[in-house]
Design a protein around this ligand. Structure first.
Ligand code: CTP
Length: 415
C-alpha cells in the first residue's frame, strides 16, 4: 500500500503557466490513493479548467468565496481544515506575497489564512520575479513561519528566459508531499522535514555546492571527476529537513534534485561561483562540490579534429576560482558558518587541518578518498569533523546519515 493511501490534500491552483502540470500531479496522487480536493483561483481557471480538475479528482472543485453553493457544500473554514496538507501549486509570486502579507481576498488566500494544517508551496514564476528581493524576502518569511517549499527548478521557461523559477515536476512534488505526510517510521530521517515552527534552522538560508564541475575543452569534450553529488545533495536535503531555505548549486549529476530545495544547475567552476555569489546572503555555506582545480585556458569553439600525422594537442590549464575560499573571505556577506570538505588520499588529517587554515572556513569535513575506500561515488563516507575546538572522528556511515549529523551539528552551532 502507498504511504499516501487515505491521506487528503487540499490543492490550491493559482494562475501560472505551470498549471498545465497540475492534472499530472493529481493523476499521480490519485494513483497513490491520495484524496485530492482542488481550489481553483480565478486566474488559475485561465490555465486549467474546473471540469478537468473535477474529472481527475472525482470531487467538487471550489473557487468562490461568496458562492452559496460552495458554502453550502462546505464552509470555507471547514474546507481549510478538511485535508492533511494544503498544497499551493503553481505558487505564483502573487499568491506567495499575499501569503506573506496575510491577505485573504479570495477563497484560496482565505483558506491559507484559516488553515491549521501544514502548507507546501511549489513556486513557479519568471526567473527575475523569483530572484526579486521582494519574492526572496517573502520566501524567507514564509519559511520562518513553517511553510514548506518544493523547488523551484531552474531551466528554460515559457517566457524564453533561463534560470530558477520553473515549478518542480509532479513526481518531485509528490515526493515532497510524501515526506510531509508519510508516517514517521516510513521516512528516511534525512528527508523528513520538520514542522517549520519547531525547525531549528527555520529562517536561515544555506548555500550548498555539490557534484563535479565540467570544464570544457571544446563543445563536445570536458574535464571532470568522479563525484556523484550524493553527499552534497544529502546535506542540502538534511538542512532543508531542519527548516533551512536551501539553495543547492549543483554540477552535472545523475542523482535527483532533493525536494524542498532550490536547485541551480551549473557546469563549470566559474558558473558555480557566480551562482553562489548571486545566492548570497546566507547564514550557512557548505562546499561539498568536487570543483575542478583547473580549466583549459581557452576552450576551442569548434570540435578539435585529428589531423593524420600531426602532433596530439596540448592543453594549457589555468587555475579555477576557489569557491570555498571566496565565500570564506572576511566581509559583510560572509556566511556565519562556512563548511568545506577535504578530499585527500594521503596525510588526511594534516592536509585537512592545513586546508581549513588556508581556505579560511570554519569547519572542514575531512574524508579519505583513496580508491580502496570506495567513498568517491559510493554510498558511504567515513569523515572527521575539524572545528576550531578540535577533531571529531565519525564512524563509517551512509552519506545520508553523515548529512543528517552535519545538519544537526550546524543547527546546534547556530542555535
Ligand atoms: N573547493 C572549492 N573551489 C575549488 C576547489 C575546492 O570550493 N576551486 C572546495 C571544495 O568544495 C571543498 C574544499 O574546497 O570543500 C576542498 O576541496 P579539495 O578538492 O579537497 O581541495 P583543493 O582545494 O582542490 O586542494 P587540493 O586539490 O590541493 O587537495
Amino acid at each position: 500500500m502507498s504511504d499516501l493511501a487515505g491521506k487528503r490534500v487540499l490543492l490550491i491552483v493559482p494562475g501560472g503557466i505551470a498549471a498545465f502540470k497540475i492534472p499530472e500531479l493529481i493523476r499521480l496522487l490519485r494513483g497513490r490513493d491520495c484524496g485530492v480536493t482542488c481550489v481553483l483561483t480565478q486566474s488559475g481557471a485561465q490555465f486549467v479548467t474546473k471540469l478537468t480538475l473535477q474529472a481527475l479528482t472525482e470531487t467538487t472543485v471550489y473557487s468562490d468565496l461568496f458562492s452559496l453553493t460552495d458554502e453550502n457544500e462546505m464552509g470555507h473554514i471547514q474546507l481549510s481544515r478538511s485535508a492533511d496538507l494544503v498544497v499551493v501549486a503553481p505558487a505564483t509570486a502573487n499568491i506567495l506575497a499575499k501569503m506573506a502579507a496575510g491577505i485573504g481576498d479570495d477563497l484560496a488566500t482565505t483558506l491559507l489564512l484559516a488553515t491549521d494544517k501544514p502548507v507546501l508551496a511549489a513556486p513557479a514564476m519568471n526567473v527575475r520575479m523569483w530572484l526579486h528581493a521582494a519574492t526572496q524576502a517573502n520566501m524567507a518569511l514564509l519559511a520562518a513561519r513553517g511553510v514548506e517549499v518544493v523547488g523551484p527548478d531552474d531551466g528554460a521557461m515559457a517566457c524564453n528566459e533561463y534560470g530558477p523559477g520553473r515549478m518542480s515536476e509532479p513526481p518531485a512534488i509528490v515526493a515532497a508531499i510524501e515526506a510531509l505526510l508519510a508516517p514517521p517510521h516510513a521516512l528516511d530521517g534525512a528527508h523528513a522535514p520538520l514542522a517549520g515552527r519547531h525547525a531549528p534552522l527555520a529562517g536561515k538560508h544555506a548555500i550548498v555546492t555539490s557534484g563535479p564541475t565540467h570544464e570544457p575543452i571544446d563543445p563536445v569534450r570536458y574535464i571532470a571527476n568522479r563525484s556523484s553529488g550524493r553527499q552534497g545533495h544529502a546535506i542540502a536535503a538534511s538542512l532543508a529537513a531542519l527548516g533551512a531555505r536551501v539553495t543547492l548549486v549543483s554540477g552535472p549529476v545523475s542523482v535527483p534534485d532533493p525536494p524542498g530545495v532550490t536547485v541551480l544547475h551549473i557546469e563549470s567552476a566559474r558558473q558555480m561561483l557566480a551562482a553562489c555569489q548571486d545566492a548570497l546572503p546566507a547564514e550557512i555555506a557548505v562546499c561539498a562540490a568536487a570543483v575542478a582545480d583547473w580549466r583549459v585556458a581557452i576552450a576551442a569553439s569548434g570540435k578539435i579534429k585529428k589531423t593524420p600525422g600531426a602532433a596530439s594537442p596540448t592543453l594549457e590549464l589555468v587555475p579555477n576560482p576557489d569557491i570555498l575560499a571566496t565565500l570564506s573571505a572576511p566581509g559583510p556577506r560572509r556566511p556565519h558558518l562556512v563548511v568545506g570538505f577535504a578530499a585527500e588520499t594521503d596525510d588526511l588529517m594534516a592536509n585537512a587541518q592545513a586546508k581549513r587554515t588556508r581556505k579560511g572556513c570554519n569547519w572542514i569535513v575531512a574524508n579519505d578518498v583513496s580508491p580502496e575506500t570506495g567513498i568517491m561515488g559510493g554510498a558511504e563516507n567515513a569523515v572527521h569533523l575539524i572545528t576550531a575546538d578540535g577533531v571529531e572522528d565519525w564512524p563509517r556511515l551512509a552519506k545520508d546519515e553523515v548529512a543528517r549529523r552535519l545538519a544537526t551539528r550546524i543547527a546546534e552551532a547556530l542555535a
